[in-house]
Design a protein around this ligand. Structure first.
Ligand SMILES: Cc1ncc(COP(=O)(O)O)c(C=O)c1O
Length: 487
């Protein structure tokens, strides 16, 4: 434990000590009066009880077997403010999941709430397909203004059905139509969504194996994250990857047709917060340009300020052909879009559509997020808080932590088996079971975190971008305690 987390650890030690003692508390005995959801009320609570209740029982009876988060986070949520949520048992949690990074301004941000109320009361049509409205006009102006350099001068926007997967589908269709080619190149570990086209590009075989989907028009290449380099080369794997790609595209017997597009996340989210090396992204940009292949950057999770820049590709100082955005874009309401270079605007009217692409409430709340980025530089705050969080996580003294990685407030802590055998790069085996135990230990201490990465071995940190320094101290103290409790 580093000095800082030790200090905070002392401050919250009473709470943490209570965790085990109070585990058998009956939910009915807890105070019922609503309290402000803040650090003081959070720290004043005893250990969280992860017992089932009538909400969770009904959920289990009624909801699809495909449900996933409730299996690991058995919570019925009632209220949220800032980084905090409260469940139906009046238990307060710090939310470092924030709807998979969607809630950039946290829960119930007053500016978002005000914008939503004002929009509802203005009698604006709630849904307008792709007809114009003043809110949409302002939304698009602000979105274009967020683009780096002169990108806005040549950019087009397609609003999509309001989920990231649909925007990914739109990007694929755009690329195929613009180039007349049919295949797409994606990377191991990639997550681009759950619709059929997006799923075909997923690295994880789990969700697609039941569909016999090998993705005939999709080629998957290794994603060269150096510490876990798929080529076994470490840093040298970055160059090897680019060389392999160039060879594949120029060798007449490579067996791989030239793709319409290459799609990549500038920080792979579900893979466990793996940042793409900036020189590699630059190399990808160079190769795609030379070969007339569209470069699609999926910014659905990493975009809108999360990594310390407004768009994560800005860390590599490149300009992609297509940007896919969703999650934080709608300020907590569903919204998705692609932004692309005018040169590729070759599809016909109606080539992509979607009933809910004119979601006015989402545009109004999304505007609030974008204003916080443009006017208050929220991405810089995210960058500073992310640097502090990463520094403090790196200082946790534990032999089960193999790697702390990511950018800004999109971080991953890889959990390893300290008794396992090291691989050729010196890495210990990833330990998904231990990560799961840490997740549960953290939840009992009031911290909501999700797992990702290979075998679910990476603890993922995706807190709202408005998180403050003293809140990070508490997060790190709890996590340290949770890790030590299972190590
Ligand atoms: C990088 C990335 N792409 C695409 C998606 C799919 O978005 P949605 O779940 O809204 O369809 C996600 C969702 O987590 C994502 O993280």
């Amino acid at each position: 434990m580093n000095k800082r987390s030790k200090k905070v650890g002392n401050a919250v030690s009473e709470v943490l000590n209570n965790v085990t003692e109070m585990n058998n508390d009956k939910p009915e005995t807890r105070a019922q009066a609503p309290v402000a959801l803040n650090l003081t009320s959070f720290l004043s609570q005893p250990a969280r009880v992860l017992a089932t209740n009538s909400y969770l029982q009904r959920q289990e009876q009624r909801e699809s077997n495909a449900r996933s988060y409730p299996r690991r986070l058995p919570l019925a949520l009632k209220r949220g403010q800032g980084i905090f949520v409260e469940d139906t048992e009046q238990q307060i949690f710090i939310d470092c999941l924030a709807a998979a990074g969607t809630l950039a301004l946290g829960h119930s941000h007053p500016d978002v709430t005000a914008a939503l109320i004002e929009t509802v009361q203005s009698d604006v049509p709630m849904q307008t397909l792709d007809l114009m409205t003043p809110i949409k006009d302002e939304f698009m102006t602000q979105l274009l203004d967020l683009l780096p350099g002169n990108m806005a001068d040549n950019a087009r926007i397609q609003m999509c059905s309001p989920c990231g997967s649909d925007a990914v589908e739109a990007a694929l269709k755009l690329a195929k139509i613009a180039t007349g080619r049919r295949s797409i190149l994606a990377f191991s570990g990639a997550y681009h969504g759950m619709t059929h086209g997006a799923l075909a590009m997923m690295g994880n075989l789990g969700p697609k194996s039941a569909l016999s989907m090998t993705g005939a028009d999709v080629q998957i290449m290794p994603f060269p994250y150096a510490p876990r380099c798929p080529y076994g080369l470490g840093e040298a794997g970055i160059k090897a990857s680019l060389y392999q790609l160039e060879t594949m595209l120029t060798d007449p017997e490579s067996g791989v047709a030239k793709p319409a597009a290459i799609i990549v996340e500038a920080v792979q989210g579900e893979a466990g917060a793996l940042p793409a090396d900036p020189t590699w992204l630059k190399g990808l940009r160079d190769i795609t340009k030379r070969h007339g292949i569209l470069l699609i950057i999926d910014e659905i999770q990493a975009g809108m300020g999360r990594t310390g820049k407004i768009f994560a590709f800005e860390h590599a100082d490149i300009e992609p052909d297509v940007i896919v955005v969703s999650k934080a874009l709608g300020g907590g309401q569903p919204l998705a879009a692609i932004i692309y270079h005018n040169d590729f605007d070759k599809w016909n009217p109606g080539a992509h559509a979607g009933t809910f692409r004119g979601n006015q409430l989402a545009m109004a709340s999304g505007l609030v997020v974008m204003r916080h980025l443009a006017q208050e530089q929220l991405h810089l705050h995210a960058g500073a808080m992310g640097a502090k969080l990463k520094h403090d996580l790196e200082a946790i003294d534990s032999n089960v932590i193999g790697d702390v990685r990511g950018r800004g407030l999109m971080l991953g802590i890889e959990i390893v088996d300290p008794n396992g055998e090291r691989d050729v790069l010196g890495n210990l085996p990833q330990d998904g079971q231990r990560a799961k135990e840490i997740q549960q230990a953290a939840l009992r201490r009031g911290l909501i975190i999700e797992l990702g990465g290979r075998f679910g071995s990476t603890i993922r940190m995706l807190p709202p971008l408005i998180i403050q320094s003293e809140e990070i101290d508490v997060v790190v103290a709890i996590l340290t305690d949770a890790i030590n409790s299972v190590a």
